[in-house]
Design a protein around this ligand. Structure first.
Ligand SMILES: [Zn+2]
Ligand SMILES: [Zn+2]
Length: 364
C-alpha cells in the first residue's frame, strides 16, 4: 500500500507534522506530540530498553475506553482511546485500521518507559501474604513494597556494617563499652570543641542495645537502598550525616540541663530524616502496618503520620530514654529537604517521577 504522508496533526489539526530523523515517526511542529507509523512505536520502545528485543505495546495496553475525537492522519477514521497500562491511567490514541499511534507530548516518556512502569506497578501492587504476615507478626517490623534500586547501595551497607561493628566492639568488654559511650557518644558536657564536633558524627554509629540497633538498622536497610539510588552515593551519605548532626542539635535545644548532662547515641535522628525524604519521593511505596493480627499496606504518609503521633505523644508525656526531639527534628528536616530536592530527584529518576503522577494506580 503506498504511503500517503498527510501532514495533518490528529491533536491540534494543523498541518504541522514533519518527519523526524526516523521517517516512521512524525513530530508536530505546533503541539510537539508524536505520530508513530504502524510498528514504529514498538521499535522505539524496544530500542529504549537494552533487555528487550521485541515489544508489542498492544499486548500490554489497558482497556479500550472509547472512540477518540481525533482522526487517523492516514485512514481518516476516529482513533480509539486506550489506557496505557492496566494500572496507569494515561490514555493514548491508536488507529483501529493502520495501527498508527498518536502520543501527546507529556505521554511520550510514559509510553517509552511503559515496560518498566508495568514491571514496577506489578511489584508495588502485590498483596500481603502469609510470609509477610509471619515476618511482621514475629519481628513487629513493616514489610516494604517499593521499586528495586538500580545501583548497589554501598553506602547503606557500609553504614550497617559500621554500626554493627561498633555494637560488637561494645559488648566485648565493659571497658570497651565504657570507652565507646564516653568518647563516641554525644555528651553535652564535652568541653573540647573539636571532640564535640566529632561526637556529632560518631554518636550516630553507637547504639544502646540490641533492639535499638536492630530497629534502626532494619529501617535503614529497607528505605536506605531506594534513597541512595535516587540521590547517588555521595549525596546520600552527606545528607545522612548532616541530618544526624541537625537531629542532635534539636535534641540539645529541647534538653533540660537540670536533669544532668545529655548523653545521646543512635542513628534514629538520621533515620528519621530518611523517613521524611522517603515520604516526599516514594508516594507509590507501601509499608505494612499490623493491628493485632490484621496486616495492612499503608502509604508512607499514613505510616509516618502514625509514627510521628507516637513520637509527639512520647515527647509531651515526657517518657525518658528516647530522643523524641531528635526523632521529630530529623523527620522535619527530612520533609523539608525532601520537598526542596523533589524536582531534582524526579529529573534524575524518570521512573520515580512517573510513579508519583496521579495516573499511577496503587492497590493497598
Ligand atoms: Zn499538533
Ligand atoms: Zn490509520
Amino acid at each position: 500500500m503506498p504511503r500517503t504522508h498527510y501532514k495533518r496533526c490528529p491533536a491540534c489539526t494543523t498541518d504541522g507534522l514533519v518527519a523526524t530523523s526516523n521517517p516512521s515517526i512524525l513530530d508536530c511542529r505546533h503541539c510537539h506530540g508524536l505520530w508513530f507509523e504502524d510498528g514504529a512505536l514498538n521499535r522505539a520502545i524496544a530500542n529504549k530498553h537494552t533487555d528487550i528485543d521485541e515489544y508489542d505495546h498492544e499486548q500490554h495496553l489497558g482497556p479500550a475506553l472509547r472512540n477518540s475525537d481525533r482522526l487517523c492522519r492516514r485512514c481518516n477514521v476516529p482513533m480509539i482511546h486506550y489506557q496505557l497500562l492496566e494500572n496507569y491511567t494515561t490514555e493514548i490514541d491508536c488507529c483501529p485500521r493502520c495501527d498508527g499511534a498518536w502520543l501527546d507530548k507529556p505521554e511520550v516518556d510514559q509510553v517509552m518507559h511503559s515496560p518498566r512502569l508495568k514491571q514496577a506497578l506489578g511489584n508495588l501492587n502485590k498483596g500481603v501474604n502469609w510470609k509477610s504476615w509471619l515476618f511482621q507478626f514475629f519481628t513487629a517490623m513493616p514489610v516494604e513494597y517499593n521499586i528495586r534500586p538500580h545501583r548497589t547501595p554501598w553506602v547503606t551497607r557500609a553504614l550497617l556494617v559500621i554500626c554493627g561493628l561498633v555494637y560488637l566492639a561494645g559488648i566485648l568488654t565493659p571497658a570497651a563499652n565504657e570507652w565507646i559511650f564516653t568518647n563516641l557518644g554525644l555528651n553535652s558536657n564535652t568541653q573540647e570543641p573539636t571532640h564535640f564536633v566529632m561526637q556529632l558524627i560518631t554518636y550516630q554509629f553507637v547504639h544502646g542495645g540490641l533492639m535499638h540497633l536492630a530497629g534502626n538498622m532494619y529501617f535503614l536497610w529497607i528505605i536506605g537502598d531506594n534513597l541512595e539510588d535516587a540521590l547517588g552515593h555521595g549525596a546520600f551519605l552527606a545528607l545522612y550525616l548532616f541530618a544526624g548532626v541537625m537531629a542532635a542539635l534539636a535534641e540539645l535545644l529541647f534538653f533540660d540541663s537540670a536533669q544532668g548532662p545529655l548523653l545521646l547515641v543512635g542513628a534514629s535522628g538520621s533515620i528519621a530524616a530518611l523517613f521524611g525524604l522517603y515520604l516526599m519521593w516514594f508516594r507509590h511505596a507501601s509499608l505494612t502496618f499490623m493491628i493485632v493480627v490484621y496486616q495492612k499496606k499503608l502509604a508512607p504518609h499514613w505510616y509516618f503520620l502514625i509514627w510521628s503521633l507516637i513520637n509527639l505523644f512520647g515527647m509531651f508525656t515526657g517518657q525518658g530514654g528516647v530522643a523524641w526531639a531528635a526523632h521529630l527534628g530529623g523527620f522535619a528536616l527530612g520533609l523539608l529537604l525532601g520537598y526542596l530536592l523533589k524536582d531534582y530527584v524526579h529529573r534524575k529518576n524518570p521512573l520515580i517521577a512517573m510513579l508519583n503522577q496521579p495516573e499511577a494506580v496503587l492497590r493497598r
